[in-house]
Each structure stands twice: as C-alpha cells, then as structure tokens.
Design a protein around this ligand. Sequence first.
Ligand SMILES: [Zn+2]
Length: 228
Amino acid sequence: MNRFSLFFHRSIHQPLRFFSDNIIVCGAQPAGKIHLTFDDGPHPGNTPKLLHLLNRFVIPATFFLTGKCVASMPELAEEISQQGHIVGNHGWSHQNMRFHSAHHIRQNIQHCHDYVADLSGFRYIFRPPFGAWNPALFHVCKSLNYAVVFWSYSAADYNFRYWQKKDLAGELINRVRPGDILLLHDGYARAEQTIGALMEAIPYWQDCGFTFGDVTELLQQKKLQSQF
Ligand SMILES: [Zn+2]
C-alpha cells in the first residue's frame, strides 16, 4: 500500500452502484446507520474478543468470512451467528479475482459457500477480497443470487505499522459518518489494534446518537430482498 492509497479511505467503488442492482456500497445518508463489517475471519484470538465487545455495546455487525477459516473453525463461525450477527462470503482463500475467469471465480465463491451457507447467520452477500472485481465477478454473483457488498469507508486498519504510530480510534471518530459501510478486519494477526480503537470509537458514536445495523438492511432498502 502506498501513502496515497492509505489516505484514500473513501471508497473508489461508489460508481459501481450504477453497474448492477446487486452492488451495495453505502447506506442512506444522513440519517443512516453505521454498518460495521469485519473481514477475513474467523480468527481464533481476535474474533472472540470482538464478539465480546459488540455484545457489550449491543451492536449488530456483518462478518465476511473466508471459507478456509470457516473450515478450520466452524464452531467459532457459528458463534458469530449465534450472537445475532450476519455472515457472508469472502471467497475461499482470499484470492484476488480481478484477472480470473468467470469459471474460476464461480468455483472460488462456491467453495466458500459450501462452508458458510449452513451457518445460521448466513446471507447471500459477497465481498470480493481486496475489493478487486471484474465484470465477470458481478455476473457470477448475480447468477448465484449474491449481492456484492463493498464499503464506503476503510480505515486501512490492517496496516499495523502505520497505525502503531498514529491514532486509529481518532481516525474512526473523526471520519466515519452515518450511512457508512465501514471496512474493518478481525482476521489478521494484529487485529487487537482494531478492537482497541473500537473500544474508544463505539462509545463516542453512541454518545453522538449514531445507530448501527447489518448490511442486509441495505439490501432491503434496495428492494433486493425478494432474491434472498
Ligand atoms: Zn479480505
């Protein structure tokens, strides 16, 4: 990641909303909720801590799980669902699919689907790893009845070296707006910095009167619910 992209937090995916009706980038503003999304898990150390935090503040969230991690930790994946959160598909092994064929993309999504579809919180929502896409990916997702969910704001929380010296909590507090889909990660080794930042940011957001929702509410707003 270069310095420019690190500061380019606002989603470059906004124009994609006009590409297809099964693409979600952000919610309605200004009265919208904040939609916390967590990618790349489940993670044996971080996901339980995150679930505890969300439970403490009674906040719903959306988790985009990789099939490989679910296969090795199915109980933890189900625990996410049992706590009332929504889970979606993040591909089998977090592969960048930008330059792959429709056949390969379908196999990758289907392989993950085989592991996440039985989770009680599962919905037909897919987040492309790295946010990387091509037209074939949208076509495949539509044919599988998956909505493609991007984000409107990324704190680049996975950049541990950067946030070691900066204030991730302050970034979240100052930048996140109602209606945002916020991209965060629990499935990387240093996610304790993300959880620590949320411990500061969530009470601040709640004091501001912000409310929280999972991204399936946005599907309903787009009247896509009939597909699911
Ligand atoms: Zn990811």
